[in-house]
Design a protein around this ligand. Structure first.
Ligand SMILES: Nc1ncnc2c1ncn2[C@@H]1O[C@H](COP(=O)(O)OP(=O)(O)OP(=O)(O)O)[C@@H](O)[C@H]1O
Length: 297
């Protein structure tokens, strides 16, 4: 469906925001994960044809969308991170406005969309009084107006309360049953229970692409739990990657990423997805450091 081939994006002053990324994406939810500045937004903006790659190709159903952006625009929905609603318009008026811009002429569709995002009871309320979650959901309704095959959502749950987060994730998950939904985030729990695949970005590079289960499986031999005496904690922390430390009645309970048993009494532990991705990131960083040392030698 969407094929990204050796895409590079450089900005002024030689900032290489996206560095030779290749990905082949099919319908389902794909989580695009990476720290701030990893290149997620730059990549999504190129897929949305808002910017052009410095080099490389992006193909949608085999058509080069850099050369022919119209091939994807009519089939794309995009909810950017900083999407704002017009506070003086009601939810319905807001959708009517975007429907007119996008050439959508089916008034019943607007009502259906408001129902889908659970805003139908607020159709005639001004968006000024909406919570962050309601505004995000209105944003999604806007992005779905043209019944897109590809939906791109940047930082889906920024500013939402826990209940709104759950609802919003559920909504994206359902859309992913039939469409390609690309969700960019640095919060693993945002995509944990909905993404079929995760694409991990670090400093512009794609450093991993796999199913969440595979990332967890990969990290399984490296996760340990141990309870240590507080006086041993600092020494241990200097030697191994401590992912979590929690004081309890018996000492300090630790979750540790390490290739072999990190200390006496350590037991193999099942990694969470977040721990698995942290373990993977350390492996990437260490690989890069070793590479740099080899180059310097
Ligand atoms: N228009 C621009 N001009 C110059 N540099 C830019 C521009 N947009 C992004 N960058 C730089 O490119 C790199 C990647 O930024 P990008 O916003 O794509 O990352 P991100 O993973 O989406 O980060 P965030 O989670 O903070 O949105 C960063 O170093 C950023 O400062």
């Amino acid at each position: 469906m969407l094929e990204i081939r050796n895409v590079v994006k450089t900005y002024a002053k030689n900032v290489r925001a996206v560095d030779d990324v290749s990905l082949n994406l099919q319908a389902g939810v794909v989580g695009l994960i990476g720290h701030n500045g990893a290149g997620k937004t730059s990549l999504m903006q190129m897929i949305a044809t808002l910017t052009r790659p410095t080099s490389g190709q992006i193909l949608f159903d085999g058509v080069d969308i850099v050369a022919r952006p119209e091939a994807i625009r009519a089939r794309l929905g995009f909810l950017p991170q900083d999407f704002g609603v017009y506070p003086n318009l009601t939810a319905l008026e807001f959708l009517q406005y975007f429907a007119a811009l996008k050439g959508v002429r089916d008034p019943a569709r607007l009502r259906r969309l408001l129902e889908m995002v659970n805003l139908h009871e607020h159709a005639d309320r001004q968006a000024a009084g909406f919570s962050g979650g309601m505004r995000r959901r209105l944003g999604i309704a806007q992005a779905l107006l043209n019944d897109p095959d590809v939906l791109i959502v940047d930082e889906p749950t920024a500013g939402l309360d826990p209940e709104e987060r759950l609802r919003f994730r559920h909504l994206l998950s359902e859309i992913g049953f039939r469409k390609l939904v690309i969700v960019s985030t640095h919060i693993v729990s945002d995509i944990e229970n909905m993404a079929g695949h995760l694409a991990i970005m670090n400093k512009g590079k794609l450093v991993g692409y796999d199913t969440p289960d595979s990332f967890v499986r990969e990290a399984r031999s490296q996760m340990w739990s141990a309870t240590v005496d507080p006086q041993h904690y600092d020494r241990l922390r200097a030697q191994v990657r401590v992912l979590q430390a929690q004081r309890n009645a018996h000492g300090i309970h630790l979750r540790i990423a390490h290739p072999s048993s990190p200390c006496d009494g350590a037991l193999p532990a099942e990694p969470t997805l977040e721990e698995a991705l942290m373990t993977q990131r350390y492996a990437v960083q260490e690989g890069a450091q070793q590479g740099a040392q080899v180059q310097a030698a």
